[in-house]
Structures are given as C-alpha cells and as structure tokens.
Design a protein around this ligand. Structure first.
Ligand code: UD1
Length: 416
C-alpha cells in the first residue's frame, strides 16, 4: 500500500505543466474502435484509467503500442465485442465503449458498470440514446446484450446534459447511417476534443461545445494523429493547492477559459489571478476569504470535479462558504477527513457549509475517491505538520505523478 507523506506549510512557487485530460482521452480511446485505420494519440497521461482502457482495447483484439505519452491503436484486427466484468469493475466509465463497439461490430456485450463511489451513476440516458439510434438492448440480471445492425440516425434529446451519454451517442451516431441531432448535449471541453478527434478520422460532426450536436453518420473513417487537450481539473488542483499553501505558481497547458468559474472563485477568495491563452498565474499571500455560494453545474458552470479541492483550500481562512453539489449525490466523502484536520464543515444533503479556521493540522487521512484524494493533498499542503494520505489508487486514476508536479513547485510531498 502506498501513501503520500506531506509536510504542510511550505508555500508553492514556480511553473508546472498539466498533462493530458483523463476525461478526454478515455472516450477518444473508445472512438479508436470505430475505424480500421491506425490512430496515433499524443499527450496520453499515464493513469490507471488509461491502462484499463488499453486492457479493454487489447481484449477486443486491437493492437496497442505505447511509447512515453503516445499510444498507437490499430483496431483493424478487432475480434471481440464484449468487455469482461473485471474491466467493467475497474473503470466505471468503460460504459463509453458500448457505443463504439456497437457502432463498429453491430453487437456488444458488457456487465453493468455497477456502483460508484460518488453514489448511484445510472446509465439510462446512454441506453435511451442508443435505443433511439436503433439498438436493441436486452438488460439481463448480469448485464447488457446489445444488437445494432442497421443503426439509423435520428433526433434525440437528453433529459440531462450527461457527459457520458453525449459521448456514447456521438460514437454510435458516427457509425449510424444518416443524420443524428443530439439536443441538450453536454458542452464540456472534452466533448469538443472528442469531436476534433472524430473529425480527424474523417467523421462529419459539428456543434460540440453547444447544446446541439449534428452528425452525418455512415461516412467511412480512416486513421489519424491527434493530441489530447490538457486536463483542466489537474490545473484546478494545482491552483487550489497554491491557494491553500500560499505562494505564486504558473500553470501551463490549460485553456484559461475552461477554468473561468474556478479562477473567479479563487479571485473572490483573495488570490491574485492572471490568465491568458494556455497560462494561468495565481498568487496567494493572505488567509483566504469566504466566497458566495459555489454551486456545481454542467459546463460552463462550476465543475463538480473541482469542488473537493476548492473546499479543501477554503477550509483554512476567514469567512464562510456554502457549497451546493448538484451533480453527484455522494461527493462529500472528503469532508470527514478534512474535519479530522480541524476543518469546520457541516453537511446537509447536497449542501456543505465551510467556516474557515485559522489553521489545519496534519493527520492520517484516507482518500475515498479520486477528487476527494486530491482535496486531501491540497488541505495537507496548507496544514501545519505532517499528513499521511492513503487510498492513492483513487488518485492514480486521474493524476500522473501529482507528487512530482507539486515537488517541482517546492512542496514537501513524497510517495512511500
Ligand atoms: C463525467 C466525468 C466526471 C465528471 C462528470 C460531470 C468522465 C470519464 N467523467 O462523468 O469526471 O464528474 O462527467 O462533469 O468524463 N445521469 C443519469 N443517467 C445517465 C447518465 C447520467 O441520471 O444515464 C446523471 C448522473 O447520475 C449525474 C448526472 O447525470 O447526476 C451527470 O452525469 P454525467 O455527466 O453522465 O457524468 P459522467 O459522464 O459519468
């Protein structure tokens, strides 16, 4: 079992580059299945979720090679249409393979993605979108059996702008014949990145980034070379870490517009923030102030994935901040651990009220989920004394060498 040992109270200074986005690379790897051509994907982060995706691709019969941050996927030799239960359990977002397998093979078999540490994460919208495109889906006690010969484009409306359901619908619609219009689509930057990748392969798709995505499906796809966008949540984590620990950091790689809601809150909390193109600078040299209520929402609202690290930063400071978590039910699992460090947080349902305290103290902490783990690191960097953080298997799903990145900024953190 590995752990981070963090000596808090050391300001962060310097420049750090952000690695490729987990939430972008996962659907892109699934999309590689749609083409018999070779796909070369640059800026792939070394994450356990990426490793799980590679395992799925290989199980399906794809050839995958890896050199540093570049993955080459050749799905010409695709020979299976199922995702084994073991791999479904390892990564909940493996459901994103459903639309791609169905689109390429006309048949897909997988178990249910199952429970999730963030509360129930249903896939009803994914299945409704695929059914609208002509898939016949049988839900058995063990999982899903889908058939999709003759998939046909259609107009479909998502009742919630779900990121995963939008991506699954895009992947299936690219393979379906005719026009598909996805209304109330998710507008996240990662959806735009997926569209850019599909266009690289020759797909006729437009509208990503807005609520209406239009796909002229059935166009034969070829291979292509692509570079994955930078991870905006990793960037948000570095910024909140600097806000918590104090200092002056420059975060490179992320389009500053993708994080405008996060940087606006950090500025309101008293940090000095300067942003341009792919560079965000933050300096913090005074106790953080409480801010107006932070409500998580689909993009371009405040990202749910940035809620835990921001909360961790605002635990130390003056004033009170109310958080309202509108996306996931069980997204306050970091709160008990922060409380053990001396934070004053009360949770009622979807609302958490954080009263800033003058100091947090280091403690033995356990990460229960990915962004909750990042939150504990942020809090520990701003706390007095030593913290030991376990549960790093969650952190490794979404952060490549988080401790190394923080050490390059002067943090005293090591992995043992
Ligand atoms: C993606 C991100 C995750 C992020 C989330 C919200 C990936 C791999 N993960 O997750 O990091 O926190 O977006 O920005 O990209 N829902 C349904 N039925 C469905 C699908 C979703 O009710 O069929 C609900 C969910 O329970 C949730 C909401 O819709 O309350 C949004 O979920 P969704 O956007 O689908 O998140 P994910 O794609 O799972």
């Amino acid at each position: 079992m590995s752990a981070f040992i963090v000596e808090g109270g050391c300001p962060l200074n310097g420049t750090v580059s952000v690695h490729g986005a987990k939430n972008s690379v996962l659907p892109i790897l699934a999309a590689c299945i749609l083409t018999p051509g070779e796909c070369v994907i640059h800026n792939c982060p070394a994450l356990s979720d990426v490793r799980a995706s590679i395992d799925i691709l290989r199980h399906l019969g794809c050839r995958v090679t890896q050199q540093d941050g570049t993955l080459t996927v050749d799905a010409k030799t695709l020979s299976a249409c199922d995702v084994p239960d073991r791999l479904m359990r390892e990564m909940r977002s493996s459901v994103i393979f459903l639309g791609a397998i169905l689109g390429r093979v006309g048949e897909a078999v997988m178990s249910f993605p199952g429970g999730c540490e963030l509360g129930p994460r249903p896939i009803d919208l994914h299945l409704a979108a695929l059914r609208a495109l002509g898939a016949r889906i049988e839900e058995t006690s063990v999982g899903l059996r889908c058939r999709g010969e003759g998939l046909t484009g259609c107009e479909l409306t998502l009742s919630i702008p779900s990121v995963g359901a939008t991506e699954n619908a895009m992947l299936t619609a690219v393979a379906a014949s005719g026009t598909t219009v996805i209304n109330n689509a998710a507008r996240e930057p990662e959806i735009v990145d997926l569209q850019r990748f599909l266009r690289t392969l020759g797909a006729n798709i437009r509208g990503a980034g807005s609520s209406v995505i239009t796909i002229e499906g059935g166009v034969p796809l070829h291979g292509g070379t692509f570079t994955v966008m930078a991870d905006r949540i990793v960037a948000a984590t570095y910024l909140t870490a600097a806000a918590a620990a104090g200092g002056q950091v420059e975060v490179l790689g992320t389009d500053y517009r993708h994080l405008s809601t996060v940087t606006a809150v950090l500025a309101e909390a008293g940090c000095k923030v300067q942003s341009e193109q792919n560079r965000i600078c933050l300096s913090s040299n005074a106790p953080l102030l409480g801010v107006r209520p932070v409500r998580t929402a689909p993009y371009p609202g405040f990202p749910t994935d940035a809620q835990p690290p921001l909360m961790a930063a605002l635990c130390k400071g003056t004033g009170t901040t109310v958080f309202v978590e509108n996306i996931f039910e069980n997204r306050y699992r970091h709160v008990d651990e922060l409380t053990r460090m001396g934070a004053d947080i009360r949770v009622e349902g979807r609302v958490a009220v954080v009263c800033g305290v003058p100091q947090l103290r280091g403690a033995r902490l356990h990460a229960a989920d990915l962004r909750g783990g990042a939150a504990l690191v942020v809090a520990a960097l701003g706390a007095g004394g030593e913290s030991v953080i376990t549960g790093l298997e969650h952190v490794d799903r979404g952060y490549q060498d988080l401790d190394g990145g923080l050490r390059s900024l002067g943090a005293r953190i090591r992995r043992v």
